[in-house]
Design a protein around this ligand. Structure first.
Ligand code: AHR
Length: 311
C-alpha cells in the first residue's frame, strides 16, 4: 500500500502507480455531472486507475463504497459527501487502514485528522455574494425573496443559506418569505417554485435565490408557465455558473450567478501526489475561487466557452 509507504517519505510515487476510489454523490445537477467528467479526465491524464462509485444521492451507498475501496486497498479515496454529518466511523476505518481521504466540493462535520484535505469553495461567501448582489440590485426598494435550498443537511445548503442571510442582514427592504429544499435538481426547482407562486401569487415575489443554477433553470420554467417574465418580474440569482444559466442570462431570464469550478479533482490530486511523493502535508482547506457573473458580462460568450469544459 503506497499510503503506508508515505510514512517513510519515498523518493517518488508516480501518479501512474496509483489506484484511487472516488465516491461521487450522484448526478443531481449539471455541475455535478461536469465534476464527474473532469475528475475522470484528471485521473486519466495522470495515468491513475480511478474506481468510480455513484451513490445515487444516498449516504449509505457512499459508506458502502468507501468500505469497498478500503477492502480493495486503494491508495487514496476522493469523497464528495452528500451530507455533512455521519462520517466519523467510516473515516476512522479509512484512517486505520492508512488510506488518505480527500474531500471534494463539500465539507463534513468530523475531526480534521480524519481527512487529508478538503477542496471546496467558500460556501458561506458564495451565499453572501448572492445576498449582497441583491441588496445592490434593489437599491433600497422593498423585495420579497423566495429561496430554493440545496439538499437538506448538505454543507452547501447550510452554508449558502447562512451566507445569503448575512449578505442581506441590515437591509430590511429584503425579506425571505419562503424557503424550501429543491434538492439541487432542476425538476424539484420547478415543482417548488410552482408551489411558491401558487401560495404567494407572482406579484408578491420580487426575487428568487437558488442554491444552484439547475434549480433556478427549473424555476425559470415555472415562472414562464405562470405568465411572468423571469429576470424581470422576478430577479434570479443562483450559484454554479453552468452553461445553461448563462444562456438564460443572455436571454435576460436570469440575473446573476456565482461560479463554482467543477475541477476540484485537479488541486486534490496535485496535493495527494505531493503528499505521497515527498510527504508534503497540504493545508486542510484548499479553497477554489468564487466569481460573480451578472448581465454586464457577455453571457453568450461565457456559455460558448463553458460548453466544452466537462458540461
Ligand atoms: O456541492 C456543490 C453543489 O452540489 C453544487 O453547487 C450543486 O449544483 C451540486 O449539486
Amino acid at each position: 500500500l503506497i499510503a503506508s509507504a508515505m510514512m517513510l517519505a519515498p523518493a517518488s510515487v508516480m501518479a501512474a502507480d496509483l489506484t484511487i476510489g472516488f465516491s461521487q454523490i450522484g448526478s443531481e445537477s449539471g455541475w455535478r455531472a461536469a465534476e464527474t467528467t473532469v475528475t475522470k479526465q484528471e485521473a486519466e491524464k495522470r495515468g491513475i486507475d480511478l474506481k468510480f462509485a455513484d451513490a445515487q444521492q444516498k449516504q449509505e451507498n457512499q459508506i458502502k463504497a468507501i468500505r469497498s475501496f478500503i477492502a480493495q486497498d486503494v491508495d487514496a479515496i476522493l469523497l464528495a459527501p452528500v451530507v455533512a454529518t455521519g462520517w466519523d466511523e467510516v473515516l476512522e476505518e479509512a484512517k486505520d487502514a492508512e488510506i488518505p481521504v480527500l474531500l471534494l466540493d463539500r465539507t463534513v462535520d468530523a475531526s480534521e485528522d480524519l481527512y487529508l484535505t478538503a477542496v471546496t469553495s467558500d460556501l458561506v461567501h458564495e451565499g453572501e455574494v448572492a445576498g449582497k448582489w441583491l441588496v445592490e440590485e434593489m437599491a433600497g426598494k422593498p423585495c420579497n425573496v423566495v429561496e430554493l435550498q440545496g439538499t437538506t443537511g448538505s454543507s452547501p445548503a447550510i452554508d449558502r443559506k447562512k451566507g445569503f442571510e448575512q449578505g442581506i442582514a441590515g437591509h430590511d427592504n429584503l425579506k425571505i418569505i419562503r424557503s424550501q429544499t429543491g434538492d439541487f435538481t432542476r425538476s424539484q426547482g420547478k415543482v417548488v417554485m410552482e408551489s411558491f407562486l401558487k401560495a404567494e401569487g407572482g406579484a408578491n415575489i420580487c426575487a428568487l435565490y437558488a442554491h444552484n443554477d439547475d434549480m433556478a433553470v427549473g424555476a425559470i420554467q415555472a415562472i414562464k408557465e405562470a405568465g411572468l417574465k423571469p429576470g424581470q418580474d422576478i430577479k434570479i440569482v443562483s450559484i454554479d455558473s453552468v452553461p445553461d444559466i448563462h444562456l438564460a442570462m443572455a436571454a435576460g431570464e436570469a440575473n446573476a450567478t456565482i461560479e463554482l469550478t467543477p475541477n476540484m479533482a485537479g488541486p486534490a490530486l496535485d496535493a495527494l501526489e505531493a503528499y505521497l511523493s515527498s510527504g508534503t502535508t497540504p493545508p486542510k482547506w484548499i479553497q477554489t475561487e468564487s466569481r460573480l457573473y451578472t448581465l454586464k458580462d457577455d453571457n453568450q460568450a461565457v456559455y460558448e466557452a463553458k460548453k466544452g469544459l466537462g458540461y
